[in-house]
Design a protein around this ligand. Structure first.
Ligand code: 6K6
Length: 140
């Protein structure tokens, strides 16, 4: 399976170590197209914003599944989730409400019937949700 992993970059990098951990789980099961999201620091590649968007959207189009870690709010991640849904991709969104007391996932994502939302407290729960989601995908 080709997996598009979305997580905050300019929205804030405080969860970068968690992203690395989640990508390691995905990489055992499939091909992660967006491993740069988990590298710290994000490789300061010389692409323009236009080039970044074009490259990411072509990866997104080619993906079999999209997994987003949405705890650190990111406009880019919200945008990618919306595009993934419009393309009919299976979408898993992971959210850790305990990061900030009272924080809740955007209603636009949580309320979308095309999204599987998993709220978790500890990374192993997110890892199990990733494995279960990928195991549930239709076989090509
Ligand atoms: C280097 C230094 C800073 O940024 C870069 C390169 N930027 C990006 N490279 C690849 N993907 C990106 C980049 N910026 C955003 N994205 C995509 O948007 C990723 O796929 C993330 O899932 C999402 C993050 O959006 P923001 O709004 O948090 O940046």
């Amino acid at each position: 399976v080709r997996i598009y992993f979305a997580a905050s970059i300019r929205g804030g990098r405080e969860d970068a170590e968690l992203y690395m951990r989640l990508v390691a789980v995905m990489a055992r099961i499939g091909e992660v197209l967006t491993e740069h999201v988990a590298s710290a620091p994000v490789p300061g590649d010389s692409l323009s914003d236009r080039e970044i968007r074009a490259r990411d959207l072509s990866w997104l189009r080619s993906a079999d599944a999209v997994i987003a870690e949405a705890t650190v709010p990111s406009l880019g991640v919200g945008y990618e989730i919306a595009v993934a849904i419009a393309l009919g991709k299976p979408v898993l969104v992971l959210f850790r409400p305990a990061l900030r007391p009272g924080s809740r996932l955007s209603a636009m994502v949580a309320g979308d019937p095309g999204v599987r939302v998993v709220e978790y407290r500890h990374p192993p729960e997110a890892e199990a949700a990733i494995a279960a989601f990928l195991a549930s995908l239709p076989r090509p």
